[in-house]
Design a protein around this ligand. Structure first.
Ligand SMILES: C[S@@+](CC[C@H](N)C(=O)[O-])C[C@H]1O[C@@H](n2cnc3c(N)ncnc32)[C@H](O)[C@@H]1O
Length: 287
């Protein structure tokens, strides 16, 4: 156990469990389109690919100071390749652990589209994965809400890293979704789906005395009206059933709010640190 003996400790576990159950514990109830799930998976891939992987490229730019072209990377939950694809151009090899076969198929398509060959794909749950080697960088992007035991997750990331660990997490979302939630669900928005898992990881890592570098960035993607309705429905469906009538209301709301094409603006945070095993005499990230 890496936890230090501390007189005062922030008890975040209870809040984490409740928030996580609220956010990922229940699947959205969306009944207006039988093919909603498949279309949403494809939409997600298109969002990640927007502007030639804008988010991933910006992340790689930020991590540019630590990345070396001989790096071997382990990525947990790559999805459609949001980070994998831009990162693959900067490092020697990436091993990806992805639990979903459907997402793995999309990732394969996206890799082929770019002619990328330095990726090893492992169809496995991260918690169960038996990993033999260690890596220069262990990274996960938009993954923290998938994790039940955050401390164990961070410990495992560190266990397989010789040099660096990094987390990319959304940390701010367009106001339009929140406004749609208040108008259609008739509930006040009080952070019910705020993408704010990053600060839990920060608290844990600082309690372990890790020096966590942090950088925030903005990125955007465009949604056509039909995709916008699915995007909003995926949030609202956790609170109300999105049937045909509700889908029409979302469409009406979006038409008046953003028109036919919606430029969604989001924020992400990148946190990176050296794990306990890394050489601590090297303080190149301390000013
Ligand atoms: C929200 S997506 C993020 C995708 C991508 N990293 C990004 O930044 O856009 C989370 C991904 O993690 C995968 N995943 C969820 N739980 C997992 C687990 N326990 N082990 C491995 N992959 C998992 C999901 O299938 C999905 O592809």
């Amino acid at each position: 156990m890496k936890s230090k003996e501390l007189k005062y400790r922030i008890s975040w576990q209870d809040v984490w469990e409740k928030m996580r159950n609220d956010r990922v514990g229940r699947r959205p109830r969306v009944t207006y389109d039988q093919d909603f799930q498949r279309k949403s998976t494809k939409d997600f891939s298109n969002r990640c690919k927007w502007n030639d992987y804008e988010l991933g490229r910006k992340v790689v730019n930020v991590l540019g100071n630590i990345l070396k072209d001989d790096f071997e990377v382990l990525e947990i939950g790559p999805g459609p390749g949001t980070l994998t694809i831009p990162l693959s151009e900067k490092v020697r090899k990436i091993a990806c652990i992805e639990a979903s076969k459907a997402n793995l198929e999309i990732l394969k398509e996206n890799l082929e589209e770019k002619g990328i060959k330095n990726i090893e794909l492992i169809n496995e749950y991260w918690e169960k994965a038996k990993i033999k080697n260690s890596f220069d960088l262990v990274v996960c992007s938009h993954f923290l809400w998938m994790v039940e035991d955050l401390e164990k997750h961070l410990e495992k990331m560190e266990e397989f890293s010789d040099r660096y660990c990094a987390i990319v997490q959304p940390c701010g979302r367009d106001e339009v979704v929140k406004k749609a939630f208040e108008e259609i669900c008739k509930e006040r928005y009080m952070g019910q789906f705020e993408p704010d898992a990053d600060y839990f990881a920060y608290v844990i890592l600082r309690e372990w005395s890790r020096l966590v570098d942090t950088c925030f960035l903005e990125y955007s993607f465009e949604l056509k009206l039909e995709e916008g309705v699915r995007y909003v429905a995926s949030f609202l469906g956790k609170f109300i059933e999105v049937n045909g009538g509700v889908a029409d209301k979302i469409e009406e709301f979006l038409t008046s709010e953003v028109g036919e094409t919606w430029e969604v603006r989001s924020k992400a945070v990148i946190m990176w640190w050296k794990p306990a095993s890394a050489d601590f005499t090297n303080t190149d990230h301390v000013i």
